[in-house]
Write a protein that binds this ligand. Structure first.
Ligand SMILES: Nc1ncnc2c1ncn2[C@@H]1O[C@H](COP(=O)(O)OP(=O)(O)OP(=O)(O)O)[C@@H](O)[C@H]1O
Ligand SMILES: [Mg+2]
Length: 388
């Protein structure tokens, strides 16, 4: 079916006869816009000879932006250079003479072919876009709050942005996500060793512990000897499969650049680099930045997070930012509630979402989601926030 914009409804039969198919004729551009919305499969608009050039130009320019795959063909009684060049500028695909029915049929065919090619390209780009994003949480100094941030960030993403989230404990030797959430480690990453290259969606599902709606967790091995069998190839396969099943894959890390962690950095879409306000942590953050630079990790992926930002350490935020040469986009305050909630096995963002620590982490989760999924957020119209 083709959509026709004309100055009179009488023309429907003529177009129907020429094109050899059903047409929908309208004399109103507003109705045309509604028709396109209601018939998303339609990929062709023909604008009749008596519709003003100005109107044709506005319609073509509108659809060139909102639905580039849709083709617009203009019919004119006279084909002159001015009309042709104006049509070209506004994105009209072809201009045909009103007394040349076969030219109109041929132009329609060409336009529909272009439309279907464009739709294929859009579909491929769409599915590439839809792949899950890897978010790594790292600091080279131990005890900065990596596990606290990973666990809370994963929960915040799952409950406040309506995303499907996987939390991975890649601190393979000393991972404590299971302890922090009081999960009995019946299933761990060790179970992936026997699957190696066979990690399909079903295999992945069998490894993950379901924590709550939208959140699954992959725990670190309970047997340290398993670590030598966890190859970088296994990690690559795992991350690749996880991207198909989750919107976000949050990775908790050890305080060291192991081969595995470098692999994750390589594939990460966002890297949250943590520090606290003490000189050893700041020195290590500077080292991390230069190491990542040497490894050609794109700087635009880095996000700097200051944990326990309000403790009196004798160093001000400005001094630390000057030392590091970066701006901290999140400042997580210090609070006894953090360890108290960990001891209860419930992350603070779930236990008390209004707590200043929770607010900062939820804000980071929502900002991250907005960065990666602005369209979904717009569709939901809530910018990812669920009120609690
Ligand atoms: N903002 C905070 N306020 C108060 N305590 C915090 C805060 N962030 C983390 N902690 C506490 O600091 C300790 C270390 O935190 P965490 O285990 O998250 O660090 P880590 O970087 O994962 O450590 P590791 O390098 O050993 O894995 C924990 O007891 C945690 O409860
Ligand atoms: Mg940790």
């Amino acid at each position: 079916m083709t959509l026709i914009l004309t100055d009179t409804n009488d023309e429907s039969q003529r177009y129907q006869f020429t094109l050899g198919e059903e047409v929908i004729v309208t004399t109103s551009t507003y109705e045309l816009y509604d028709l396109v919305k209601d018939n998303p499969a339609e990929q062709l608009i023909i604008i009749g000879p008596n519709v003003k050039m100005e109107t044709a130009r506005v319609v073509a320019e509108h659809f060139r932006v909102v639905q580039p795959s849709l083709g617009v063909i203009l019919v004119r009684t006279r084909l002159d250079v001015t009309t042709m060049s104006e049509a070209l500028r506004s994105g009209i695909r072809e201009v045909v003479s009103s007394d040349d029915a076969s030219a109109l049929v041929a132009a329609s065919k060409r336009s529909l072919q272009i439309s279907s090619q464009l739709m294929e390209v859009n579909k491929a780009a769409g599915s590439a876009m839809a792949r899950g994003k890897i978010l790594i949480v790292f600091s080279a100094k131990g005890g900065c709050g990596k596990t606290t941030l990973s666990v809370n960030l994963a929960h915040a993403l799952a409950s406040h942005t309506d995303s499907k989230v996987a939390l991975l404990d890649f601190d393979l030797q000393f991972g404590d996500v299971a302890v922090a959430l009081q999960i009995e480690p019946k299933k761990t990453i060790s179970d992936a060793i026997s699957m190696q290259t066979n990690l399909d969606e079903l295999g992945i599902k069998s490894l993950m512990v379901n924590q709550q709606k939208n959140l699954d967790i992959l725990l670190a091995p309970t047997n340290p000897t398993d670590i030598e069998f966890i190859s970088t190839e296994l990690i690559d396969n795992l991350l690749d499969s996880l991207r198909n099943s989750y919107d976000y894959i949050v990775v908790d890390t050890p305080p060291a650049f192991t081969d595995l962690i470098l692999r994750v950095f390589d594939q990460a879409d966002r890297c949250f680099l943590l520090t606290t306000l003490d000189m050893p942590a700041i020195k290590n953050l500077k080292l991390v930045i230069s190491t990542l630079e040497a490894l050609n990790i794109n700087k635009s992926k880095l996000d700097f997070v200051l944990n326990r930002s309000d403790i009196k350490s004798g160093l001000s935020l400005r001094e630390v930012e000057e030392m590091v040469g970066e701006v901290f986009t999140s400042h997580i305050p210090s609070s006894n509630e953090v360890s108290a909630s960990t001891n209860r096995g419930v992350p603070l963002v779930m236990d008390n979402p209004r707590h200043p620590v929770s607010r900062e982490i939820i804000d980071l989760a929502v900002r991250t989601d907005l960065k990666f999924r602005p369209i979904e957020n717009k569709k939901r119209g809530i910018f990812g926030r669920k009120s609690k």
